[in-house]
Design a binder for this molecule. Structure first.
Ligand code: F6R
Length: 606
């Protein structure tokens, strides 16, 4: 997905824009560009391919500029060419803009502008923006009014950074349904579509709201709404640091983030467990604690990996809190006709806090008067701000496109929330004690990562995989299949093991291996029967089992052992080998697992 960066301040803008664009590379892109105001003229450079190519093309230019915008483009309207890369300008070269999102009525706007003599150079929807502003400037309006009038004509989703050569002291920014964040510095300010691009530059950020326009100078920020009224804003502090946003000695962010698993679990429960009372304290839910006592139904809304964490959460809320719970793909929920009873609350789960479908589903729930809670990693993100109350993950930035550490962190928060909502201390006490041991148990798994690398070598050439689990490990099977397909492009399906008999068993043959998640628990005997069925059809079996399990080796071709834990906590341990297995297969097949094809880190459009 596209990325935006902007700078105004005393430093030289170009290196700051380039480093911001590099920080946004993980989101996926096919071209990159910058526009810098040098004197009273714009220097615009765009290149297809890596940011490095753009950087190289500018290295001898010695551009002295203190205001600029940059963009990484993921082609939607028009192929990835230099002409289609952002920034886009107006006819006279006075106004330049970069844009994330989609301008739905760009065709109408384009023909309206062409009728008025505007010449378009690209096939993009974005190019209408500078021309539309120019159209109003040409009619004698000042820049601010022209910008307002242009925005009133635009339909769709957008985050826009705009610069005007006649206003060299101001960086303009506005958004609707696409994230944009202002980084607040000293004698300098930044703009980015993703706060992780600001790490190392500033920790203080302002999230721009929908329908707000920011006028950013080097030492001042002014935010107004479409009615031209000043809007107060809050500066929030990001706890992320530079080290978290760098790969360090790891070959990929994905591997680094898998190895952060123990620490993210610790960070998620740190200070939230009251050991003497065997209770959980969740500061973020305090303001709604009275209302939570009357909750009769929970609806979890999320997408992708966060959705699978939600499916584990469903077990937690039903078995620990005794609250009926449903989990919905946010993308489906937003289009369902539902009846909601009093006492229903929704919980949106999102690592980025910017997923468009999750946000829209949550807004729909709010329109129906439901209490909206959140489990969000990114402090101050849109979903976090839209919730009535919630719990932050404190997992640090997740840069690898395939979500790994966020899943473990989400499981931790879901478990803590379920315990928080439970009235039965007798059940929750052992769970809390065991949760505190989980980070060390994950570490034991990580020590054995070379075994998973060997298994990946053995299994890397298969083109299909079935992932099977039951109860708590059913969502883990779904997540394991998602991880494998998204970074290694192997067809993989996750199933509840018993469901296999209702169709997928037809596929089993010696070329179709199954990854069986079969720790010793209340359903392991049932799992063994399923594995017998696979073995009878000569399907290769790779199992994730509990240390000390003797029976599994007679059924499975290969076994990876995880430490013993309580059944409810098994997903914390069984998911980690699946993450590593996918990682190694993806890299052995020669792919850049940090940037899987066709995927974006946060899906901010529908
Ligand atoms: C999978 C993955 C995606 C995200 C999904 C939700 O590895 O990364 O499936 O989990 O797009 O994203 P968030 O949690 O940011 O709402």
């Amino acid at each position: 997905m596209c990325g935006i960066i902007g700078y105004i301040g005393e430093e030289n803008a170009l290196p700051i824009l380039i480093s911001g664009l590099k920080a946004l590379e993980y989101r996926g892109y096919d071209s990159a560009g910058v526009a810098l105001l040098v004197g009273d003229k714009f220097e615009v450079r765009k290149k297809v391919g890596k940011v490095e190519i753009l950087e190289e093309s500018l290295k001898d230019n010695n551009l002295d500029s203190h205001i600029g915008i940059g963009h990484t483009r993921w082609a939607t309207h028009g192929s990835p060419t230099e002409l289609n890369a952002h920034p886009h300008g107006d006819c006279s070269g006075r106004v330049f803009a970069v844009h994330n999102g989609i301008i739905e009525n760009y065709k109408e706007l384009k023909s309206y502008l062409e009728d008025r003599g505007h010449i378009f150079r690209s096939q993009t929807d974005t190019e209408v923006v500078p021309h539309l502003i120019e159209n109003f400037l040409n009619s004698g309006k000042d820049f601010d009014t022209s910008l307002f009038d242009a925005l009133k004509m635009i339909r769709g989703a957008y985050a826009l950074a705009i610069i005007d050569s006649k206003n060299p002291e101001t960086l303009y920014a506005t958004k609707l349904s696409s994230p944009l964040v202002i980084g607040v510095g000293v004698e300098e300010n930044f703009l980015a579509s993703d706060p992780s691009a600001l790490i190392g530059k500033t920790k203080n950020v302002v999230y721009l709201g929908d329908g707000e326009i920011a006028k950013i100078n080097h030492n001042n920020i002014n935010i107004i709404n479409f009615e031209k009224q000043e809007t107060p804003f809050e500066i929030v502090s990001l706890e992320w640091d530079l080290e978290q946003a760098q790969k360090g000695d790891f070959s990929h962010f994905m591997l680094k983030e898998i190895f952060e698993g123990p620490e993210v679990v610790r960070s998620a429960f740190r200070g939230r467990i009251k050991p003497k009372e065997n209770a959980v304290k969740l500061g973020g839910l305090e303001i709604v604690s009275d209302k939570l006592k009357d909750i009769k139904r929970l609806i979890v809304l999320a997408c992708g990996t966060s959705y699978y964490a939600g499916l584990v959460g469903e077990y937690y809320f039903e078995e620990i809190s005794k609250i009926p719970t449903e989990v919905h793909f946010a993308s489906e929920f937003r289009y369902r006709e539902e009846t909601f009873n009093e006492g229903t609350a929704v919980i949106a789960i999102s690592q980025s806090g910017e997923t468009a479908d999750t946000l829209a589903a949550m807004k729909k729930a709010k329109e129906h008067g439901l209490m909206a809670l959140g489990i969000v990693n990114t402090v101050g993100s849109t979903i976090a701000r839209e919730t009535e109350a919630g719990v932050y993950n404190h997992a640090g930035p997740e840069i690898g496109v395939a979500s790994t550490k966020a899943f473990l962190s989400q499981l931790t928060i879901l478990l803590l929330m379920a315990i928080y909502l439970s009235k039965d201390k007798y059940t929750t006490e052992p769970l809390l004690k065991e949760l505190e041991k989980i980070p060390n148990k994950i570490e034991e798994i990580l020590y054995q990562s070379s075994q998973l690398e060997e298994l990946a070598e053995k299994y890397k050439d298969y083109e299909n995989f079935l992932f099977l689990g039951r109860r708590y490990n059913y969502p883990v099977a779904l997540e394991g299949a998602l991880k494998l397909k998204e970074i290694s492009y192997i067809h993989a399906e996750g199933y509840g093991a018993r469901e296999m008999k209702h169709g997928p068993i037809a596929m089993i043959n010696p070329d179709f291996p199954s990854m069986a998640i079969v720790p010793q628990n209340s359903v392991s005997e049932k799992m063994f029967s399923n594995l017998e069925e696979i073995k009878a059809r000569k399907g290769p079996i790779l199992a994730i089992a509990t240390e000390g399990d003797k029976k599994i080796s007679s059924l499975a071709d290969d076994v990876f052992y995880v430490p013993k834990t309580m059944e409810a906590l098994e997903p914390f341990l069984t998911v980690v080998p699946l993450q590593l297995f996918s990682y190694y297969i993806g890299t052995k097949r020669g792919f850049d697992v940090d940037k899987p094809r066709n995927l974006a880190k946060s899906v901010t459009v529908e």
